[in-house]
Structure formats: structure tokens, C-alpha cells
Design a protein around this ligand. Structure first.
Ligand code: GLN
Length: 202
């Protein structure tokens, strides 16, 4: 039987509606599951979802709002329960980490979901944002990726699997039902990463 999934997109900051559209398009393409996708802003809504998307934005701002709104605790509880798969893009990748390496803001509370250490703004400032084709393990064709003040994953441990690198820098990793990306898959029409996530969680 085809599964029915409810996916929430965290609606605090960043490309929220773009992720909703990409995920809906991914559900249209895949036969693996049916799904509804909606924006979540309140902790009560976290109980109703099967998985969560953390868009990019400013990780310190997102972390702050998460914490003040009580969303942080609710999400942490479901991470500890192993009941909430998450895809984190850019700032979302930072929040999934256990540790930030280098200069950061002390207020930035991390979700500790993945055994990754990240460096913020690892490719430089806004003007050094870039787009390019990358190779992702298991994808048969290159993926055109958009990097905006992107972080990189410095180190992985445990059962964390590295899925893509550019110039030796890790830009995509998966651990159990968590997927961390330095770039923005919601900014192109290529839905393969959202489909990959669906496959991870069905
Ligand atoms: N540089 C941002 C941060 O550190 C992330 C940028 C993004 O999400 N596009 O939070």
C-alpha cells in the first residue's frame, strides 16, 4: 500500500513556499508515497507531521525564534524519539549539526541531530555565492546546485554518510533519517533531492 505522508516546512524564514512547491512536485513524480505538504509555525503542529523541512535563512535567527517559541523543545523531543525525519538546507544544515567550527554566535542552539561539524559561510560572503553542477552519490546525472552564503560540513562521524563534495568540501550528508545540504534544492526545478528524501522516509 502506498504511504500517505504529511510533510511540514518550517515557516520561520527563508524559501518556505519554494520548499512547499518542490516537495509537492516531488510527490507528483514519485510513486513511492502520497503526501500533503504544509507550512508549520507552531509547536502544536509538529505532532501532526511525519517529516520536517528546515529551509535556509539565517541560522542564528531561526535558532532564536525556535527557542523562544517552544518549537525547539518539541522538535528535539521528536528527534530523541526517532520519529521526525528532517531535511536541512543551508541554515537548516547548520541547525542539524552537533557542533559549529569557527566563529559563531553563542545564542545559536543546535538540534544535535547529526554527527556533523559545520562551518558557517564557508565559501565566503554573499558576493561569493555561486551555482554549479555537482555529483551526488547514487544520482545518475549531475545536479545543478545553488549556494548562498553556504556552510560546509567539516567532519562527519558515526554512521553519517557523505553524499557530495566540491573541491574536497563536504556539501551533503545523510545519517539515518536526516539529510543535510549546504545548498538550496528548492531554488531549481530539479526535484530529485526532495524525491530522495521521500525515498529515505517511506
Ligand atoms: N550563512 C547563513 C547562516 O550562517 C546560511 C545561509 C543560507 O541559509 N542561505 O546561517
Amino acid at each position: 500500500m502506498v504511504k500517505n505522508l504529511s510533510i511540514g516546512v518550517l515557516g520561520i524564514q527563508g524559501d518556505v513556499s519554494e520548499h512547499v512547491i518542490s516537495m509537492r512536485n516531488a510527490f507528483d513524480k514519485t510513486k513511492k508515497a502520497n503526501g500533503e505538504v504544509f507550512i508549520v509555525k507552531y509547536k502544536e503542529e509538529i505532532d501532526d507531521i511525519d517529516a520536517l523541512i528546515f529551509p535556509g535563512g539565517e541560522s542564528s535567527t531561526i535558532s532564536n525564534i525556535l527557542y523562544k517559541s517552544g518549537l525547539f523543545e518539541t522538535i528535539i523531543d521528536r528527534i530523541k524519539d526517532n520519529s521526525l525525519p528532517i531535511i536541512g538546507t543551508c541554515a537548516g544544515c547548520i541547525l542539524l549539526a552537533k557542533k559549529i567550527v569557527g566563529k559563531t554566535n553563542d545564542d545559536l542552539k543546535l538540534l544535535n541531530a547529526m554527527d556533523i561539524e559545520v562551518e558557517r559561510n564557508a565559501f565566503g560572503r554573499q558576493k561569493f555565492s555561486f551555482e554549479r553542477n555537482i555529483n551526488i552519490n547514487g544520482f545518475t546525472k549531475p545536479y545543478y546546485a545553488v549556494f548562498i552564503r553556504a556552510p560546509r560540513i567539516i567532519k562527519t562521524s558515526g554512521n553519517c554518510e557523505i553524499l557530495a563534495k566540491i573541491d574536497k568540501k563536504i556539501i551533503m550528508a545523510r545519517q539515518d533519517k536526516f539529510l543535510a545540504l549546504s545548498f538550496h534544492p528548492e531554488l531549481t526545478r530539479d526535484t530529485r533531492i526532495h524525491e530522495f528524501f521521500i525515498n529515505m522516509i517511506v
